[in-house]
Design a binder for this molecule. Structure first.
Ligand code: FES
Length: 148
């Protein structure tokens, strides 16, 4: 019985470890070394909305003017995952209470800079986000917004 239980523990451990390192295949395409996630058609996202993409570690925000930003979900203070608080219309970090507006700009410290962004492109009215590497920024500027 002990050998059988030991075998089950080893099998579960191997399964968990291999599953952890296996690449995710859902909605991703290889794009010349990057990892592009297809978020969906432009019309799927209402102006003024925030949509979480946990598999890509980002929020896709559509600003009131129709522009898009893909915000890395990690706080720029110490890296906690930052949830969107819909009622307050801002991101609030649960670790040390930094907050960010819908563009990822800092509303309250200790976060030293805005949330990082991932490159967004729109092709044939489909929003695509390259999640290979977040881009640091010192402030929000209109040039970071992608429009169709
Ligand atoms: Fe977010 Fe410290 S990690 S405020």
């Amino acid at each position: 019985v002990w050998l059988l239980l030991g075998g089950v523990v080893v099998a579960e451990t191997v399964w968990i470890v291999t599953d952890f390192f296996r690449p995710r295949r859902n909605r991703r395409i290889d794009d010349g070394g990057g990892s592009v996630l297809i978020a969906g058609p432009v019309d799927r996202f209402e102006p003024g909305s925030v949509t979480a993409f946990p598999e890509g570690r980002f929020y896709l925000t559509r600003l009131a003017d129709g522009g898009f930003l893909a915000l890395h979900r990690e706080c720029t203070h110490l890296g906690c995952t930052v949830p969107w608080i819909s009622d307050e219309q801002r991101f609030v970090c649960p670790c040390h209470a930094s907050s960010f507006d819908i563009t990822g700009d800092v509303l309250s410290p200790p976060a030293p800079r805005p949330l990082d962004v991932f490159p967004v492109r729109i092709e044939n009215d489909i929003v695509k986000v390259d999640t290979a590497r977040p881009i640091k920024r010192d402030s929000f500027t209109g040039s970071q917004v992608v429009r169709s």
